[in-house]
Design a protein around this ligand. Structure first.
Ligand SMILES: [Zn+2]
Length: 55
């Protein structure tokens, strides 16, 4: 049997997005505002920059 390890990024489904500025995964997902449901807003805690990522 295998246990799912939440620290493993296997495809990016419901996982932390990678910051396009510093490449770190210390990001927080924010609620999307507007009708764009296919995109989500993430916020990097390392460099403090918000960025959009495909959900
Ligand atoms: Zn960053």
């Amino acid at each position: 049997m295998r246990r799912l390890d939440p620290s493993v990024t296997a495809g990016g489904e419901a996982g932390p997005a990678r910051c396009p500025y510093c490449g770190g995964t210390n990001t927080e997902r924010e609620h999307p505002k507007g009708p764009s449901l296919c995109r989500s807003i993430h916020y990097c805690e390392d460099c403090g920059e918000p960025f959009e990522a495909m959900a």
